[in-house]
Design a protein around this ligand. Structure first.
Ligand code: MIC
Ligand code: SF4
Length: 644
């Protein structure tokens, strides 16, 4: 039996374990990336490991998330990351150079290599044929130190694309269709592999749009083959030598096959407040729009913004709409400036933001109260845009641009615009790496600059035999890390200050949570399905740790958040009987006896509800590695123990 592409790349990187679905495997990591909002923590952890230079083929540190610099905190973080990067052998992409995933695709991504990034949208580089996985900062730090990355061998789902997209229908609509079919938890424990003749009609950035939003499926990653289109993209980026041809064997097998006929696809939108709440734009009803935001790591490539410019050229944005555009990279922005498209955007009334994440992570452009915001981004979780009462609709750049003109959510085909949206990929991109700083060749010479905003990260103690605590909060399904550890313009500057952030932990679910945790000297969180979906921020584990949370009991967990909990020494347990979740109440006192022994034995775990005088069976589902991490009280303790 042949291998699919995921299996081929994993096989080439396998350093531990066997490639059987469900088994724990260790893979060699070729490249890493960090961004500023998870980077400070990752580099503090790297420092704690005591190595001198990173051991990867390439590591890059991007500044793209928080660039408002409304206080010294941000600038402190940037300086810290810049000096650490120089000292440890890491390329530093300066603020203004663009969004990590977009720049990485342009300048560093290599088909067939593995990439681990401290950002959940790292799979974007699956568009160029990389095995690109998002993880918590701690895991990325360990990979920089040359250690393998451990995952459960994923199942592979094949999405077969046939036919060609029709005008005004785009790559975003493909991934929205996948989300509609599979939902936000349909990809957990899986890799989504794209094949079929339909992919030959998609450029590398279009493939990257699709791979990017595989994160919203909860997937470990998504991947496209590396073909002639990939070669042309790399050649146009002056990196043809990085190209290798890669595809699945003809007789490869998959866990599940989904076929999407691109010819039949229509413009889609994900309605508030979940990326899988997908309907046809034409069937969404008449929705008045207050804001349109175009950009993010999903949709800010040269092709995307050229299409937007063609739609807007010679027209004016509706009087009731604020249109903001954040180009994905300096390369994209410069090319638009040189060919005049930028002037068309500005003339139409678009507000041009700097190249970075911007409104996608709530860094500015919070909509008005009860506003409707159309965004080409990837997440529309409640409150993420900075306004709790606003509703965000996720759409393609074409739908966004046309709706900005009409002032209502509009199927872009309906306006009957006579514009050619067939944007050829350039033979040559404008390559100028002057905003990427190579690391110093003399580490000893570089002094690390540590401003007052850089605080040490919290550490846990080795696991105790008895665990007891009150249920501090009980939440429902699909709780996001944006709810567990909110991020916006007010909080993002404090990503290296856990004590401050902890004051906001889980407050979107219950404003009392931090106070409760302090009053009861810590305790336990109870969650529903897919607890911790979304961002890779380990702050969603470190803040609870700081508040004394010892365990999270849930119906199921999102992959990255579960790993972050374990890395912090917080025990994640899964209900065997879902009825127990219904029965358990806030403030119940829970007790686990013989915790270490039960964890070492594996699986079944008895949790006593002292308040209700009943017992529950939960599963730990820990691998051997995860067991060791938990027993040590977190990954940093385990590594320290090893080094000593
Ligand atoms: C996001 O899109 O939520 C972020 C901000 O990029 C996060 C990382 C973070 O919280 O810093 C992610 O996706 O991992
Ligand atoms: Fe940045 Fe948004 Fe992409 Fe996260 S999803 S990396 S915040 S652009």
């Amino acid at each position: 039996m042949g291998l699919n592409l995921t299996q081929k790349i994993i096989k080439a990187h396998l350093v531990d374990g066997v490639m059987e679905p469900g088994a724990e495997i260790g893979i060699r990591i070729d490249q890493t990336l960090t961004q500023d909002s998870t980077g400070t923590m990752a580099y503090l952890q790297l420092e704690a490991m005591g190595i001198e230079r990173v051991k990867t083929k390439l590591s890059a540190a991007y500044i793209d998330h928080n660039m408002l610099q409304q206080g010294f905190e941000n600038a402190d973080d940037h300086k810290y990351i810049q000096t650490i990067a120089s000292k440890y052998g890491i390329y530093f992409s300066r603020p203004g150079n663009g969004i990590c995933h977009q720049v990485h695709l342009e300048r560093f991504g290599v088909p067939g290599q593995s990439l681990l990034g401290s950002d959940s949208h790292t799979p974007t580089n699956g568009g160029i044929g990389m095995l690109a996985i998002g993880a918590g900062g701690m895991d990325v730090a360990v990979a920089m130190a040359g250690e393998p990355y451990y995952i459960i061998m994923p199942q592979v789902i094949n999405v077969k694309l046939v036919g060609r997209l029709r005008p005004f229908v785009s790559a975003k609509d493909i991934i929205l269709e996948v989300l509609r079919r599979l939902t936000v938890k349909g990809g957990v424990g899986k890799v989504i592999e794209y094949t079929g003749e339909g992919i030959t009609g998609l450029s590398v950035p279009e493939r990257a749009t699709i791979a990017n939003m595989g994160a919203e499926l909860g997937a470990t990653t998504s991947i496209f083959p590396s073909d002639e289109i990939t070669r042309q993209f790399l050649a146009a980026q002056q990196r043809e030598s990085a190209w290798v041809e890669l595809s699945a064997d003809a007789d490869a097998e998959y866990e599940q096959v989904l076929t999407i006929d691109l010819t039949k696809l229509e413009p889609l939108t994900a309605k508030p407040h979940s990326p899988d709440n997908v309907v046809r734009v034409s069937e969404a009803g008449r929705i008045k729009v207050d804001q349109v935001a175009i950009g993010s790591c999903t949709n800010s490539s040269y092709q995307d913004l050229m299409r937007v410019a063609r739609i807007l050229k010679g027209r004016t944005v509706d009087a009731q709409v604020s249109l903001v555009i954040s180009p994905g990279s300096k390369q994209v922005l410069t090319m638009l400036a040189e060919n005049g498209a930028l002037a068309d955007l500005i003339a139409a009334g678009a507000r041009i933001l700097e190249s970075g994440c911007g409104p996608c992570i709530g860094m500015g452009q919070a909509p008005a109260s009860n506003a409707v915001s159309l965004r080409t981004f990837n997440r529309n979780f409640k409150g993420r845009c900075g306004t709790l009462s606003a509703g965000v609709y996720l759409v393609s750049p074409e739908t966004a641009a046309v709706s900005a003109l009409t002032g209502v959510l509009t199927d872009p085909r309906q306006l009957g615009l006579d514009v050619d949206l067939n944007i050829e990929m350039p033979d040559k991109f404008l390559v100028n790496d002057n905003m990427i700083i190579a690391p110093s060749s003399d580490s000893a010479e570089v002094e690390i600059v540590r401003g007052p905003n850089i605080k040490p990260f919290p550490r846990n103690k080795p696991l105790a035999e008895k665990l007891s605590g009150k249920v501090l909060i009980k939440v429902g399904d699909n709780i996001t890390t944006d709810q567990i550890m909110p991020s916006d313009a007010k909080l993002l500057p404090y990503r290296s200050n856990i004590p401050y952030l902890a004051e906001f932990c889980l407050t979107p679910c219950n404003p009392e949570f931090p106070k409760r945790a302090k009053d009861y000297n810590g305790g336990i969180i109870v969650g529903g399905e897919n607890y911790g979906q979304g961002s890779s921020r380990e702050h969603a584990a470190l803040a609870p740790l700081y508040l004394g949370v010892k365990a999270v009991l849930a119906k199921s967990f999102a992959r990255i958040h579960r790993a972050n909990l374990i890395n912090s020494g917080i025990v994640p347990l899964v209900f065997v009987n879902l009825a127990d979740y219904d029965q358990i109440q806030e403030f119940d006192l829970l007790f686990i006896d013989g915790l270490c022994e039960q964890i070492q034995k594996g699986n079944g775990m008895i949790v006593k509800n002292m308040t209700q005088n009943v017992e529950y069976e939960l599963e730990s589902m820990l691998t051997k590695k995860e067991t060791d991490i938990l027993l040590a009280g977190g990954k940093i303790n385990l590594i320290r123990n090893k080094l000593n």
